[in-house]
Write a protein that binds this ligand. Structure first.
Ligand code: PSU
Ligand code: MN
Length: 303
């Protein structure tokens, strides 16, 4: 499958591709920019373990020394965790120059989808995706993740989107781009830390098998893009809506005051929210990622 000289498969992932075993891709910006050290590296390694326990081979992706690595060693995961925001946050627009300069980069949802697609991997688990930011009507801050979902055939399992984004506009954007959005066991878009947002999703599925069938159908229809499965955070880890929404509003306000822009916006907000909730948001964040890995592994197993 991998004839691309830019892509390096780990031995485990290479073997899984050859044997056509279920594989789940995972991103690395969530490690470097999404969580503090050492919880970030621990979470990434636990995700790999949970993935294996659920019958799929994990393929955490990053750019290391200018190579697109699909499947990382524990040392590489620790390195990304330790370096944190010193590593380049790499989205679609960053890959060519990171490769040209033989640099390292932690891949966002968009860049991880590209890596996964190059390796022939069709299912990807993460926490939250980027989207249309609040105030995008003046800043034009719309994550490249949305465009990637329209262009690259990978099914992304997430816990919805944080309300650091404008969730209504994010859904409108996905509708315009024709990206299938499927609520797993829900009719509503989950809001990452909470199970509900009040926004309807176009489709609901209660069966990983059915989602796998939709992935196959999308391919047969000749759709270029992927799809988005939104999986609510388990009840026991979901946060109080008032507490989290207040923290998010305060974080957005502070980012505006400080003039935080562009790719710094999402990492700034994530760190601020964690501080404002006294770390409670981090616990929820970690648990919802595990929950998404479990579902992604079950979908991959049905493909
Ligand atoms: N949302 C989260 N946690 C994250 C991210 C988003 O709840 O770690 C990361 C993901 O890697 C996502 C990226 O792809 O931020 C989006 O950044 P931007 O909005 O700059 O495209
Ligand atoms: Mn942006």
């Amino acid at each position: 499958m991998n004839n691309n000289s830019l892509v390096t498969l780990s031995p485990e992932v290479g073997d899984a591709i050859e044997r056509r075993l279920p594989i789940v891709a995972m991103e690395s910006t969530i490690i470097s920019h999404g969580m503090p050290y050492p919880q970030n590296a621990e979470t990434a390694k636990n995700c790999e373990r949970i993935c294996r326990e659920n019958g799929a081979v994990p393929a955490t992706c990053a750019v290391i020394g200018g190579k697109i690595c699909v499947g990382l060693t524990e040392e590489q995961i620790d390195y990304l965790g330790r370096e944190g925001q010193k590593v380049t946050k790499a989205s679609r627009r960053d890959l060519p120059m990171l490769i040209a300069k033989s640099m390292d980069g932690a891949t966002t949802v968009a860049a991880t989808m590209i890596a996964a697609a190059l390796a022939g991997i069709r299912v990807f688990a993460t926490g939250g995706i980027g989207g249309v930011h609040r105030g995008a009507e003046t800043t034009m801050d719309i994550s490249a993740d949305l465009e990637e979902l329209a262009e690259t055939p990978v099914c992304v399992v997430c816990a919805g989107a944080k309300s650091i984004l404008d969730l209504n506009l994010t859904m409108e954007y996905l509708e315009t781009k024709g990206v299938p959005v499927i609520g797993y066991g829900t009719d509503e878009l989950p809001a990452f830390y909470t199970r509900k947002s009040g926004i309807k999703v176009p489709w609901r599925s209660d069966a990983p098998e059915e989602i796998a069938e939709a992935i196959r159908a999308s391919k047969e229809l000749g759709y270029p893009g992927g799809m988005l499965v939104v999986n609510p955070i388990p009840e026991e880890y979901s946060m109080d809506a008032d507490v989290i929404n207040k923290a998010i509003d305060d974080a957005v306000e502070e980012a505006k005051k400080k003039g935080i822009k562009g790719k710094e916006t999402t990492p700034f907000l994530l760190a601020k929210i964690k501080d404002l909730t006294g770390g409670e948001s981090l616990v929820s964040n970690i648990q919802l990622v595990y929950n998404n890995v479990r579902l992604a592994a079950r979908i991959a197993a049905k493909l």
